[in-house]
Design a binder for this molecule. Structure first.
Ligand code: SF4
Length: 319
């Protein structure tokens, strides 16, 4: 049966000819939204420890983290190739020479590493850093991952995000110019955004030359400003059936050329305040697929594809 959405796993398998997994590392970065350069306190929903994999810590060398992650993933999932995932905080927030050294060390930590996925902010990718990454991309698969979170400036301000949508668009434009693939993530379910507003996200994303997308539902976690707000005065969050229905509506509007890396948010039970679905990851994916099947629907069934260019094809035409 043909896939009903363009999922990242099969896309990677097709590109690299084997099972490819991300291995997380922590390079000891901080974030300009926390250290006072842009703001203090960080984004109101952010608790980096809520998605930290076991053993990932800047107390260990980059090589150690990569090698331990690879040993675990190849043993547990028979993973064959790896992307080093620079996930924690802002991974281009530092001098370009330091960044280059760290990234090269991670690429050289194991011969099965085929590339990098670098999570960062749109306001932390000066041209010299993009040029350095463009150079690494001569031999490896280098992806930039920009958190957009909301397409509405009013929401970004309310989240203390510290940049607006035009900053994201500028980073995307400069990254695309250098041929580097782009992933972005968005969070759906801020209680002040209406369903209609949330269903406008795909239209906007279709208009941007992005290659990959992570779709998260808002989950409220401990030790965050949003968590404290919720505990003082609980607000609406997506119920499980609501999310399954919503994310299928979202996919129907999303261009099939955008490869989907995630379809829900995730936090460990001990950090999660709401919503508590109690569902395993495989069950969530199964239920989304079953809902698409029930509707006889698929990603891009009802899109508004402002940009008809397939960004992924465009990036890899040079391969
Ligand atoms: S979400 Fe990212 S940008 Fe926001 S505070 Fe956390 S690390 Fe910084």
């Amino acid at each position: 049966m043909p896939a009903r959405y363009t999922a990242y796993g099969p896309w990677l398998r097709n590109k690299f000819g084997g099972r490819v997994y991300k291995v997380s590392v922590d390079g000891g970065f901080t974030c300009p939204n926390r250290d006072g350069s842009v703001a203090r306190g960080g984004c109101t929903y952010c608790n980096n420890d809520s998605f930290r994999a076991t053993g990932v810590s800047a107390r260990h060398s980059v090589e150690d983290q990569v090698q331990k992650g690879i040993a675990f993933l190849s043993n547990r999932y028979q993973a064959e190739k790896f992307l080093v995932y620079w996930q924690h905080y802002t991974n281009t927030y530092g001098p370009v020479d330091l960044l280059r050294r760290l990234f090269v060390r991670s690429l050289e930590a194991d011969e099965r590493v085929v590339g990098l996925s670098i999570g960062t902010r749109a306001d932390c990718v000066e041209d010299e850093k993009l040029e350095m990454l463009q150079d690494l991309a001569q031999t490896h698969f280098i992806t930039l991952e920009y958190g957009l979170e909301s397409i509405y400036d009013s929401t970004l301000a309310r989240l203390n995000r510290g940049h607006d949508r035009s900053c994201f668009e500028d980073a995307v434009r400069r990254t695309r110019k250098r041929g580097l693939p782009i992933c972005t993530h968005v969070i759906l379910g801020f209680p002040w955004e209406t369903r209609e507003q949330m269903l406008s996200y795909p239209d906007y994303l279709n208009s941007q030359p992005i290659d990959f997308l992570k779709i998260h539902h808002l989950h409220v976690v401990k030790h965050t400003a949003l968590g404290r707000e919720y505990l003082a005065d609980p607000f609406w969050t997506f119920s499980y059936p609501e999310w399954i229905c919503f994310v299928c509506n979202f996919l129907e509007r999303l261009s099939p050329h955008i490869v989907v890396q995630r379809l829900y948010g995730w936090a460990p039970d001990q950090d999660l305040i709401a919503p508590k679905w109690g569902k395993a990851k495989a069950v969530i994916l199964r239920d989304i697929e079953q809902e698409l099947e029930r509707r006889n629907s698929w990603q891009g069934k009802d899109p508004n594809p402002v940009n008809p260019v397939n960004p992924v094809e465009k990036v890899f035409r040079q391969d």
